[in-house]
Design a protein around this ligand. Sequence first.
Ligand code: ADP
Ligand code: MG
Length: 320
Amino acid sequence: MSEFSLIEKYCQGIGESRSDTVLSVGDDAAVLDLPDNKQLVVSVDTMVAGVHFFDDVAPAKLAHKILAVNLSDIAAMGATPAWATLALTLPEVSESWLAEFSQALDCTAKQYQLQLVGGDTTKGPLSLTLSIMGHVDAGKALTRSGANIGDHVFVSNSVGDAAVGLAVLKRELELDNQQHFINALEMPEPQLLLGEQLVGLASSCIDVSDGLLADLGHIAKKSQVSMIVDPVQLPRSTPMQQFADWQKTMQYCLAGGDDYQLAFTVPAQNLDRLQQVVKEFSLSITKIGSVVAQQSETVMLEHQGKIIEFNHSVGFQHFA
Ligand code: ADP
Ligand code: MG
């Protein structure tokens, strides 16, 4: 199968047919209309076989995940997703692989009104690079740098499940209810609705990809503040609560990564409005700490006034 028929068959017409897409797959570049008074928000993520996923993972799961991790970055900015481009490197042309991949990509993209408007197709070790574009009201994007002393620190839904899923797939753990954890790893749900609702309410925001502590640390650094987090308050799923080993639980929840939840800070005067949107949209968020006056720009763990030492606080780092 030639590169061109491959593109036509599996890369064209993926996702929503958006009215603000002037020119999509098939020309030298896409042409896109940006609404008035909006700013373009752009992010890119790569997933490499053997590094970010196991070689034998189902193509449908890969398609979902490459979109989800990128959508999560858009959510963290408080933006609305619109378009994506995909650079696909394949070791060989397997039509059954491509068919499953392309169908899943279409399905998840449509769920978020996202359109695939271009890309690149090459031969080589399996790797996916998705670039995503969205928009946000001019000047209103959520950033890592706006946290202030006295703000409350929140995280959405629950953390740690994906890290348990990874441990299960690596055969470090064996559990009765392991499918819940594997799903959390393979099928993360980007928190777009929450992100959009946090615009004008949150002072800073990040998506949890490297581990909660490491990612809150990015807010602390960029905002030049410190934070206190109470590990006992961390939201844990019901299967996670059944874990007996507290030390391990903390490691998964604080340093696990791949959660794709939003961690954010909210000034006290916005808490009432935050509660309103949580109720209106049935969102799930938990207060886990506060922003404090200290020069160190770090995240400290504290429970009932006692500092807790935790030495797995770096999260997952490439080249570490
Ligand atoms: P060029 O050589 O001009 O860069 P290509 O031959 O690489 O163009 O691609 C032809 C068209 O197909 C372009 O519009 C490109 O954006 C699109 N395309 C190529 N690969 C993909 C892909 N994996 N997903 C989506 N669109 C793709
Ligand atoms: Mg060209």
